[in-house]
Design a protein around this ligand. Structure first.
Ligand SMILES: Cc1cc2nc3c(=O)[nH]c(=O)nc-3n(C[C@H](O)[C@H](O)[C@H](O)COP(=O)(O)O)c2cc1C
Length: 370
């Protein structure tokens, strides 16, 4: 057993967070990871994909038993209830990932309000639906609503500057997300080996636990994060490739098959994104270089000037995953895909990650300090 301040604060058994991975659903995955003793996160942004990514939307609502007749609050309510019921026996702890980018403000309000209502309607839900995890935006406007409702609040940042802003906003736990990570990356990215200790140092004495994200996928990397001063890790790509994960079979298998240098960065919706290296993603990277070069220069493009064919190509690429069309499919994943070689259950994955990390941490002093 490894016990950290993250475990104490959230009431989880192991210092691991299963990442939110919207707009794709993580409804079933969240139940499996929460039952395995880590923090499970529901991804919410799929609820806004009805018109733009109909395949993703249908899949997202389908795994929670919702239908096309349900409106957003009704879909979310079904997801929360399903997660609550699915984690009842093992008393799993879960949370919700909500994007709070400025342009998403209206959508974020609907999502967070639905979560607050679900908890208010059911005191037992409140006990285990403990966390609001916000990302992709400024935390400052959200503190009153989230903390006022009694959530533990986690926010993800790509920089020390972002971490200090979280401290000011009253965030309870900060996730430092390095450039290795899957899907959206920062405009001016820093890798985990530099970012994580820098954020830990910047927050020293604050009492705010820091969690590493980007590249963490096993006991070795968990032990390394703890050695760098983290209170735990968040894993996205690794949990994507598990038996219970809601991701399409083509996507999971492609992560498992990824080899050395198996990812690349190209445009993805709102900015740079890390994709599995495939023929479609290499074509997409070439188009990005021509039509949205800011992705590679660290300069946000003016969204209005990006040619629509680039954006349409991304939407088609994501929808194609669900049809199993490898010639068009675009699949996001982190660099650690090259270290993912199987599709375990969430429980198996958590157990082996924690025992490997414990063994490393136990043996290191003997190995090095004797
Ligand atoms: C397919 C995919 C979708 C993601 N979507 C989101 C998202 O909607 N919100 C978010 O905060 N992070 C998102 N992320 C980032 C993860 O939350 C996490 O920080 C990242 O996967 C960690 O790096 P790793 O992939 O090396 O584990 C996504 C990651 C992946 C792989």
């Amino acid at each position: 057993m490894i016990n950290t301040e993250l475990c104490e604060m959230l009431g989880i058994k192991h210092p691991i967070i299963q990442a939110g991975m919207g707009p794709f659903g993580t409804n079933k995955l969240c139940i499996a990871t929460a039952n395995a003793g880590v923090l499970g996160l529901i991804s919410s942004s799929g609820v806004n994909s009805r018109d733009t990514m109909p395949e993703i939307y249908k899949y997202f609502i389908g795994t929670a038993g919702a239908t096309l007749d349900d409106d957003k609050p009704a879909v979310l309510e079904k997801i929360f209830r399903q997660t609550f019921e699915g984690t009842r026996e093992k008393r799993g702890i879960f949370g919700l990932n909500a994007l709070v980018a400025t342009e998403e403000r209206g959508n974020a309000e609907v999502i967070i309000d639905a979560a607050i209502k679900a908890r208010e309607d059911n005191p037992e839900m409140k006990e285990r639906f403990r966390v609001m995890f916000t990302s992709a935006g400024d935390p400052m406007p959200w503190g009153e609503k989230i903390k006022g409702a009694g959530f533990k609040w986690i926010h993800v940042v790509p920089s020390v500057k972002g971490a200090l802003r979280c401290q000011k906003a009253g965030v309870d736990v900060i996730v430092a997300s390095g450039h290795e990570g899957g899907f959206h990356t920062a405009w001016e990215p820093v890798h985990s080996m530099v970012l994580l200790p820098a954020v830990v140092e910047a927050l020293a004495g604050s009492g705010i636990p820091v969690v590493g994200a980007g590249g963490f996928c096993d006991g070795k990397t968990l032990a390394a994060a703890l050695a760098l001063g983290a209170a735990g890790v968040q894993m996205g790509t690794r949990f994507l490739a598990t038996k219970e994960s809601d991701f399409a079979p083509l996507w999971k298998d492609s992560v498992v098959k990824a080899k050395d240098r198996g990812t690349l960065v190209a445009r993805g919706f709102v900015g740079p994104a890390r994709w599995l290296r495939t023929e479609p993603s290499q074509r997409h990277a070439e188009r990005t270089l021509q039509m949205s070069p800011g992705v590679y220069l660290g300069k946000p493009d003016d969204f209005a000037t990006i040619p629509s064919e680039l954006i349409i190509g991304e939407l088609e690429g994501l929808n194609a995953v669900f049809d199993g069309d490898e010639d068009v499919a675009l699949m996001a994943a982190g660099e650690c895909a090259q270290r993912v070689t199987d599709l375990p259950s969430a429980e198996e994955l958590v157990q082996r990650t924690v025992s490997e990390a414990s063994e490393i941490l136990t043996n290191l002093p003997q190995r090095l300090l004797a």
